[in-house]
Design a protein around this ligand. Sequence first.
Ligand code: NAP
Length: 239
Amino acid sequence: MDVRGRGALITGASKGLGAALAYELARRGARVALVARGVDELERTAARIRAAGFEAHALPADVGDKRAVHGIAGAAAALVGPIDILVHNASDLGPTPLRLLLDTECEDLESVLQTNLVGPFRLTKIVAGAMAMRGTGVVVHVSSDAAIAAYPRWGIYSVSKAALDHLNRLWAVELASTGVRFVSVDPGEMDTEMHAAAMPDADRGKLLRPQDVAARVARLIEDAERIESGSRLALAELP
Ligand SMILES: NC(=O)c1ccc[n+]([C@@H]2O[C@H](COP(=O)([O-])OP(=O)(O)OC[C@H]3O[C@@H](n4cnc5c(N)ncnc54)[C@H](OP(=O)(O)O)[C@@H]3O)[C@@H](O)[C@H]2O)c1
């Protein structure tokens, strides 16, 4: 997909991978709407992109709040035009330090699923029908290796990402032949606040830079027509 002039909605875009991807897509000519809960950091990120000469709009909201999702989609379309690129990047680890399942509250599982799974489902439901009518669109689900591997203490985050991967496949099957493409991306371990919260003792020098990962995700979006819809791609395993 040629992203120039296309409307893009990126959740979790105030910092980390989401902020880097918002910059990268805007730099490539997309009109970008950024969502996160923290207003100040989100406004600063959008302002940085605009200061570089590109289009970016801050839309403070919680993707896990069902009362917010119609407002997010509507405001984004009003600001950047039809949403042709939707990136579900916002994510919640649950309580940190990460806990064993036996020590996990059921309410924490519910809360993580609202942000990591139900929110993306709601937003795609709102946006993908219009994409299908236009015959174009790319929906990216940001996943994790924790969706595949059973790491102790990563339980509720892991199940949310495993379900997100399968949701990606199901959307792809049900919207096959509409022109809307779905892809799930495992970005690899990045030097971000989320990684520091989960693994505070990690050697940061060995982690990927979100900017480098964002450039690869932006290229995937540009190449979306050549990728089988519903694929799960681990960026580290790609050439
Ligand atoms: N970092 C890694 O090593 C790694 C590895 C594998 C996968 N991932 C995945 O990559 C994605 C980006 O992770 P990251 O490390 O860049 O995270 P990050 O630096 O912690 O950033 C997370 C972003 O999501 C926003 N956010 C969180 N909950 C939200 C909610 N309910 N509604 C709206 N926005 C919300 C945060 O802002 P607010 O808190 O202000 O809302 C922030 O902008 C996530 O899907 C993560 O699971 C990361």
